[in-house]
Design a protein around this ligand. Structure first.
Ligand SMILES: Nc1ncnc2c1ncn2[C@@H]1O[C@H](COP(=O)(O)OP(=O)(O)OP(=O)(O)O)[C@@H](O)[C@H]1O
Ligand SMILES: Nc1ncnc2c1ncn2[C@@H]1O[C@H](COP(=O)(O)OP(=O)(O)OP(=O)(O)O)[C@@H](O)[C@H]1O
Ligand SMILES: [Mg+2]
Ligand SMILES: [Mg+2]
Lengths: 245, 245
C-alpha cells in the first residue's frame, strides 16, 4: 500500500475536495483505496455523504482494529473517518512516548488490503498531521493559486525536513480562475519555483462545491463538468506517478 | 482592552483578511489596536507587508516582554507577529502545566495601552488556538458561505463549551458571490440558525486578495472597492457591538 498525505498548512485550498475526487477516481479505475481523515471537522465523511459508526479516535485511543472502524463509502473505496471526538485524542496521545507513530502503525495492519491510502490533513501543525506525515511516504500538496498559499508550501517543506519523513510528489494548483490576471502570474511563479512537481491546474468550478455539499463525488454529481475532467486527468497523473496501475 | 479571537476551524474562510481589515479599520477610526498572530504561517505580517524582528515565540518561550516584540504596522496598529519558529513552541509549552494561560497572561501586560486586540487563529485545534480562546472574551467567526464551513461553526461552538471561555459575538459571512444560487440558500440557512449573530456578508472581491498579496490593507489598495465598503461597514458594526467608540 502506498500512503499519501494530502496536506498544506494553508486552509481552504481544496485538500478535502482533492482527497475525495482523487480517491474516488482511483477506485473507479479498480484500485483498492483507503481514505483516512485526521481532521476533527470530519469533512471527508460529509463530502462523501456517509455517516460513520466508528472513527479514527477509537483506533488511536481505544485500540480498536482499523477493520472494525471502516465505512465502505463506495465500491473499492473505504473510509476511516474522523469527528469531533478527535479533539480529545490529541491530549491523550501526547502522553505516550510513541504518539507520533500510532497512526502509521495502525495503517500497517490493513496495508495488504489496499493499493493506496490517502490521508486528508487539517491546515495546521497538529499532532494528527505530524502522525500523517510520519505514516506517509508520499505527499500531495493542493494549493490555491493565491499568494498566501504559496507561502504555505515553503513552510510545509520546512516541516517535512524537520519531521524527516514524506516527500512532496506533486503540487496541485486548485481553484484556478483563468479570468484573473493574478492567477496566471502566480501559476507561472509556482511552475518556476517547483518545476516538474506542479500538475495541470484544477479550474474553479462551482460544481465541485455543489458536489461536496450534497455528499457526492464530482463524477456522480456532474461527470461532464470542468471539475470532473480536471480531476480525472489528475487521477491519471497520480496513478502513473505512484506506479499504481 | 477588549480581546477578540478571530477563528473558525474551517480553513481559508477569510480569518486573516478579516483580522487585517477590521483591525486597520478600527485604527483608522482612532482606536489603539493590537493584532496578534498565533498561526505559524505568519500571514498577518505578510498581509500587512511588514517584516517582524521578533515574534510571539520569544514572548511565550523566551519570556521576552510583549512590548519588545511588537512591530508598528500602521499608525494606531501594532502587530505581535508569528513565524515558523512557532512550530517549535507547541511541544515546549505543553510541558508547562499553565501552557494554556501563557498567551492571555502576556497580553494582559500591555492591556492598558490598547482599546482592542484581535487574535488571528489558524484553522485547527492547536495549542495556540486554545490559548487564544482562553485569552479572549469575544469571538468573531468569519465563514465562507459554503456547506463545509457552516459545519465548522458547530464544531467551534462545541470547542468553546469545552474550553469554557469566549463568546461568539458575530458571524461574518465572507466571499459571498451573489451570482450563485447556492450562496443565497446557505446565507438564509446561516441567518436562520444563528439569527442576530450574523452580520452583512463580505462580498467576493478580487481586490481583497490583491491587497493581501501586496501587503496592503483594502483601504490602501482600493478604497472604493466592494471589499473596502463591506469591511468599513463591518468595522462600524464591530465597534458598536463591542462598545469601542
Ligand atoms: N476547484 C474548485 N472550484 C470551486 N470550488 C472549490 C474547488 N475546490 C474546492 N472548492 C470548494 O472550496 C471550499 C474549500 O475546499 P476544501 O474544503 O476541499 O478545502 P480544504 O483545504 O480541505 O479546507 P480545510 O483547510 O478546512 O481542510 C469547499 O467549499 C469546496 O467545495
Ligand atoms: N471576500 C473575499 N473575496 C475574495 N477573496 C477573498 C475574500 N476574503 C479573502 N479572500 C482571499 O481568500 C484567501 C483566503 O483568505 P484568508 O487567508 O484570509 O483565509 P484564512 O481563513 O485566514 O485562511 P487560513 O485557514 O489558512 O488561516 C486569500 O487569498 C484571500 O486573499
Ligand atoms: Mg479539509
Ligand atoms: Mg489565516
Amino acid at each position: 500500500m502506498r500512503t499519501v498525505a494530502v496536506t498544506n498548512l494553508k486552509g481552504g485550498v481544496g485538500k478535502t475536495t482533492t482527497t475525495v475526487n482523487v480517491g474516488a477516481g482511483l477506485a473507479l479505475k479498480g484500485l483498492r483505496v483507503l481514505l483516512v481523515d485526521v481532521d476533527a471537522q470530519g469533512n471527508l465523511a460529509t463530502a462523501l455523504g456517509v455517516l460513520p459508526l466508528r472513527t479514527l479516535y477509537e483506533v488511536l485511543v481505544d485500540g480498536k482494529a482499523v477493520a472494525q472502524c471502516l465505512v465502505r463509502a463506495r465500491p473499492n473505496l473505504d473510509l476511516l473517518a474522523a469527528d469531533a471526538t478527535l479533539m480529545n485524542a490529541q491530549p491523550l496521545m501526547t502522553q505516550r512516548p510513541d504518539w507520533a507513530y500510532l497512526l502509521g502503525r495502525a495503517l500497517k495492519t490493513v496495508a495488504s488490503q489496499y493499493d493506496v491510502a490517502l490521508i486528508d490533513c487539517s491546515a495546521s501543525l497538529s499532532v494528527m498531521n505530524m502522525g500523517a506525515l510520519l505514516a506517509a511516504q508520499d505527499v500531495l500538496v493542493p494549493t490555491a493559486v493565491e499568494h498566501l498559499a504559496l507561502r504555505g508550501i515553503e513552510l510545509l517543506q520546512e516541516q517535512l525536513a524537520r519531521v524527516g519523513s514524506g516527500t512532496i510528489r506533486c503540487i496541485v494548483p486548485t481553484m484556478f480562475d483563468s479570468r484573473q490576471r493574478q492567477a496566471h502570474e502566480l501559476l507561472l511563479q509556482l511552475q518556476g519555483r517547483y518545476a516538474g512537481l506542479v500538475t495541470e491546474p484544477i479550474r474553479v468550478n462551482v460544481r465541485l462545491s455543489e458536489a461536496s455539499a450534497q455528499g457526492r463525488t464530482i463524477y456522480e454529481h456532474d461527470p461532464r463538468s470542468r471539475g470532473a475532467l480536471d480531476y480525472a486527468q489528475l487521477v491519471e497523473h497520480v496513478s502513473t506517478l505512484l506506479g499504481l496501475q
